[in-house]
Design a binder for this molecule. Sequence first.
Ligand code: FES
Length: 82
Amino acid sequence: MKEVKICVGSSCHLKGSYRIIELAKDYIANNNIGDKVNLGAAFCLGHCTDGVTIKIDDEVICGVSPENFKEIFDEKLLKDLD
Ligand code: FES
């Protein structure tokens, strides 16, 4: 089981973390990995200036945007589930 947390602290919220949550939900559904991934929200992960910040298991990843989201999830999530 992979834990994916998306920061919804105020700074990341302003940078569009809710959009990332939507994308993550779609991504999980489209790849059929709903039973292997636990998606949730997190409060400030301490990298506000580099948001949107997410955490996949113990790894904190900053600067997540709709543009680079897929690349990050392919690399950090999907690859490890194969
Ligand atoms: S608000 Fe997201 S890291 Fe601080």
